[in-house]
Ligand binder design. Sequence first.
Ligand code: HAM
Length: 385
Amino acid sequence: MATYDVREIRTPILEPTELIARGVGQLTDIVSKEMFAFERGSTNYVLRPEITAPVMRAYMQHHLDQSGGAQRLYYIGPCFRAERPQKGRFRQFHQFGAEFIGAPDPVSDAESVALMMAVYTSLGISDTILRLNTLGDEQSRPRYRAALVKYFEPYLDDLTETSRRRLDQNPLRILDTKVPQEKALLVEAPRLIDYVDDESRRHYDRVKTHLSDIGVEFVEDPMLVRGLDYYTRTAFELESPQLGAQSALAGGGRYDLLSVEIGSKTPIPAVGFAAGMERLFLALDEGVAEYDNPPPDVFIVALGDEAVREAFKIAHALRREHKSVAYDLLGRSMKAQMREANRHGSRWTMILGERELAEAEVQLKNMETGEQRPVPIRTIAQFIV
Ligand code: HAM
């Protein structure tokens, strides 16, 4: 993110339901079926199902436009959708993404895609398919919608219940059908690209040119419509064929009118993407590299109440010197504590029993060499290196 000059933003997990309903769209699956929403007082809240509308809300609420230029913001955090869990699909999952707000130029669309791709290529995930489409402006979509409805009218009896409902409420979603018989009908259906306005076409061409200039490969997919209603012009999705049914790694696009939907008087041009973290982990060939908690600098083995009391004081003093310290909290035998010390993998083990206490010293053991020697308690910090 730093390479792309993108800075972090953190927004709350709870948002007013109204923001998401207006932003993402009442008729989308996300809003109509998948929200975890509840009422408190006179307000309805939702566990955020995505972070684009919240980021736009924050931008408007806190007048981020006044910080000058386009805002390039990234986020990483939990999202919630009441879907049926399966491989790669969870009710609580994590998204990371970036939004370029106040950015009208097609170069921002290309940059958003480039940034998304850079995340995967830098992790060695290259077996992906990038799909690209343009959805046109706010005039082209209703024209296309009408054409689609008209085309399907004679076939209403052949459609599934779901598709009939979609055709009625949100016709573009029919392009997402997985039913073979409906897919066959789509072959002859009107194509979105034929309804797209000239300005959007030019914008789309520029995005494609910029991507080609830096060698990002993509396929144009005229059937690509996204599950959120706020897109205008560019839409894209990154897919990993190895992931099975839930193959979408990430997706995004331009959403110049989202701001107006959620209360801005003038449109704020913006483009961005979001990616599923769990799906990223699934796509990693070698699995997720385990996060290594570094071992503590020293493990204290203390025998008896007085020794435990002293160990507590030593640990406190060492931690103030920025040394990390672990010790056994169960009052177990010497043998059990030594086993614990080994398990922790710290370089030093300090042994403190009655005899050491009487001499105001500890036995300091180097766990790498096995060497052990007495060291006065008050000088101990200088030995832990
Ligand atoms: P989205 O396609 O709904 O787009 O979600 C983005 C990614 O989140 C998906 O590609 C997928 O990897 C992951 N994801 C979604 N639902 C789940 C789930 N139930 N379990 C696991 N992973 C999931 C958005 O959310 C837009 N806000 C993207 C965007 C940003 N558009 C513009 N800026």
